[in-house]
Design a protein around this ligand. Structure first.
Ligand code: DLL
Length: 445
């Protein structure tokens, strides 16, 4: 007789088996892999070895999983300072792929993969897609950008390994995306959530609705999006929208994924060991408490990352998931510790503004936050598109809508800011990650 978790697992692709492994076995595997990766980084990456030396530590000091907390952190500037190849642990002859993430400032970061690393990446993306309910019978339109960004190739390899039919369309060319979605009877769409909302709008402009097509699942990630955004997308298009998470430094997409219960993202812990720490003290936080996600790659060959500080803020979701996966869950990443805006002394995150806006009926999921400085004082204006019906309404009704939004934001963030209602399709759209904040504060000083 098989147990509940095996019975559920059997519904998924066989490669999803590690999602359901008993916790005790998982811990044993994690420790063995942690010891091996620490040894590897120590042998091949001078930066890591020096930091271990400074602490008087050697790889043999990692005897239990808990010892991970004694290892030094790695941060983004370490990747910039060692640009381009300084953190590689494999010779170039064994490296089969390089990706580059540009970020917002300074030098880009370079990440490397051996053949074995690409295989692991493929397997975690297969598990990601299976966890979102994608099967070999699906037609997957992959609109994540192909190229130096990890989204396109990551989702592509995973979907092919799953046996689905992949359309490697990449981002952009919105009208062609819609034509293909309709003509090829696409059932799964992969992109950033903001690009998908743009597509849904464009479909309406062209006179059809996505809910009348074959599309049933959206696999969205690479940028923060709120629960309100999900509700909006699902009710607008009739699909089920799943959140997937990852970052270039660790592998790309495929670090964590929602399952059909959508109560957090399961981290593929057999390959990526998650910790959550207080960003200030760097001490672990209690389960359920928010902090910064720190990830260690347990199987990476070309570029092992030990205790990488992601800057992404999340929390472990306590308890077991009804799906039967034994992998720990993290809450969706709504914000990064470095996207906080300090406006007149109050901390504001774009994601808070997003949920406040989208909870008011009549708004569209397109908005932008403009920061300026007048006479030394920070000013924030939120521009948001509203439905054509609202725009067609009386001046009084527009005023009322404006007030409602000002109050909604004030209630959520504790700050009264200016709101400007704009016509549909006026805010710039992105094919990849949306640019939600335009900071003109330094320009005008
Ligand atoms: O965005 C990898 C990816 C591609 C993930 C496709 C999911 C889907 P980077 O360009 O290196 O890699 O950016 C990584 O994006 O540290 C987060 O701040 C943010 N991010 C990624 N996924 C999510 C998500 C890819 N689901 C950075 N929710 C990460 C919120 C996300 N933020």
């Amino acid at each position: 007789m098989i147990g509940v978790s095996e019975a559920i697992a059997a519904r998924y692709h066989p490669a999803s088996a590690p999602d359901f492994v008993p916790a005790r076995h998982l811990k044993e595997l994690q420790l063995a892999r942690l010891q091996a990766v620490v040894q590897r980084a120590w042998e091949h990456v001078p930066l890591f070895r020096n930091r271990m030396d400074e602490r008087g530590m050697a790889p043999g000091d990692v005897r239990a999983l808990e010892d991970i907390a004694r290892l030094p952190f790695t941060v983004k500037t370490d990747l910039r300072d060692t640009y381009p190849f300084g953190l590689f642990a494999s010779p170039m002859s064994e490296i089969v792929r390089l990706h580059v993430s540009s970020g917002t400032t300074g030098k880009p970061i370079v990440v490397a993969y051996t053949k074995a690393d690409v295989d692991v990446w493929t397997s975690v993306m297969l598990r990601t897609l299976a966890s979102c309910g994608v099967t070999h019978g699906d037609i997957v339109q992959n609109a994540y950008g192909y190229g130096l960004f990890t989204g396109g190739l990551g989702a592509h390899y995973g979907a092919e390994a799953l046996g689905a039919t992949v359309i490697p369309i990449s981002g952009g060319n919105t009208d062609r995306q819609l034509m293909i979605m309709r003509d090829f009877k696409v059932t799964v769409f992969c992109s950033t959530p903001s690009y998908f909302t743009h597509l849904a709008d464009r479909a309406e402009q062209l006179g059809f609705r996505m809910r009348d097509l074959s599309l049933r699942v959206g696999v969205f990630g690479a940028e923060p999006w709120s629960e309100s955004m999900r509700r909006h997308m699902e009710s607008d298009t009739g699909i089920q929208a799943f959140d997937i998470y990852g970052l270039s430094e660790i592998t790309g997409p495929g670090v964590g994924s929602e399952c059909p219960w959508r109560t957090g993202l399961h981290v593929f812990e057999d390959h990526f060991y998650p910790e959550i720490v207080d960003p200030l003290t760097q001490e672990p936080v209690a389960e359920g408490v928010e902090g910064e996600l720190v990830l260690t790659t347990l199987s990476k060959m070309a570029m092992p990352m030990i205790r990488y500080r992601t800057r992404d803020i999340t929390a472990f979701v306590p308890g077991e998931c009804p799906c039967g996966r034994t992998l720990r869950r993290i809450r969706r990443v709504g914000r990064r510790s470095d996207d906080m805006m300090i406006i007149r002394g109050i901390n504001v995150f774009p994601s808070q503004v997003e949920s406040a806006l989208l909870d008011v009926e009549g708004t569209m999921p397109h908005y932008q936050i403009i920061l300026t400085r007048e006479k030394g004082l920070d000013q924030m204006e939120v521009q948001v598109e509203v439905t054509p019906e609202i725009f067609g309404d009386t001046v009084g009704a527009l005023e009322e809508m404006n007030q409602k939004l000002v109050y909604a934001i004030e209630r959520t963030v504790g700050l009264r800011v200016a709101v400007r209602l704009v016509m549909p399709h006026t805010i710039a759209r992105s094919e990849g990650k949306a640019k939600r904040v335009i900071d003109r504060r330094n320009v005008e000083e």
